[in-house]
Design a protein around this ligand. Structure first.
Ligand code: FPP
Length: 238
């Protein structure tokens, strides 16, 4: 593939991996087949982002609302997460990607929680791209978690209410210490935030693309990067 990348790349990209179900339906397959294909594509796009030098990638894999789906679909997603983490732990020894998790992972089955803990042990010293996998993640629950932690600090006399500012708030989020996403890509054509990185996306540039996630290629990512490079980011200034 000829790589036609703009000079200015985002430091942090967020992706809402949407459209697996519709992809499967179009092909007359069960929804779970769409997730299997989506998981394959997740590997390809994460690798590509790392190869072109993106420093942070956050993917939305399972929202706090996704528990409402049929058990067969939730279980299929959990199996795909497990497969990926087993692979990441066993075979990616030479890989430099630092896999992290954002969201309340304590709600997942014990086996997946153990894999999450082992993945972190294997990855924590890596210096390459940070790959945040959002699992049982919701922007509102995350903001509530941060508010509760700050309230506890105030109650314990460790913090004064007037010292709560954007930095201290950001430091209580799952993404503490990481830059906010510069670019958020939503394939599948839906024009919604869907509870993704609500606090962190205050100034993110959105690129919505009419492509279902399993069909989203590195060339589509390049398109989003070129769109991003054309935008003039003013952060509320002029
Ligand atoms: C939304 O599409 C997608 C999800 C709820 C799941 C995303 C998960 C993956 C791509 C697998 C990730 C795997 C790993 C290993 C991180 P949808 O099913 O809501 O699509 P629809 O809107 O077309 O129904």
């Amino acid at each position: 593939m000829e790589i036609n990348l703009p000079a200015v790349l985002p430091e942090h990209i967020g992706i809402i991996m949407d459209g697996n179900g519709r992809w499967a339906k179009k092909k007359g397959l069960p929804r779970t087949a769409g997730h299997t294909e989506g998981a394959k594509n997740f590997r390809r796009i994460a690798r590509y982002c790392s190869d072109i030098g993106i420093r942070y990638l956050t993917v939305y894999a399972f929202s706090t609302e996704n528990w409402a789906r049929p058990a067969v679909e939730v279980n299929a997603l959990i199996r795909l997460f497990q497969e990926y983490l087993e692979e990441a732990i066993r075979y990616f020894a030479d890989d430099d990607i630092q896999v992290r998790f954002i969201g309340d992972t304590s709600a997942f089955p014990k086996k997946l929680q153990e894999l999450i803990a082992t993945t972190w042990e294997v990855c924590k010293h890596r210096t390459g791209m940070v790959l945040n996998i959002a699992m049982n993640y919701g922007g509102r629950p995350e903001i509530l978690m941060a508010a509760r932690k700050l309230a506890q600090k105030v109650q314990a006399g460790e913090l004064r209410p007037e010292d709560i500012d954007e930095d201290s708030f950001s430091n209580e989020l799952y993404t503490a210490g990481q830059p906010d996403p510069d670019l958020i890509i939503r394939p599948s054509g839906e024009n919604r935030i869907s509870n993704f990185l609500l606090w962190q996306s205050a100034y993110s540039e959105y690129v919505i693309m009419d492509i279902l996630w399993p069909d989203f290629t590195p060339e589509d990512l390049n398109f989003a990067l070129r769109e991003y490079a054309k935008r003039s980011r003013r952060f509320g200034g002029i």
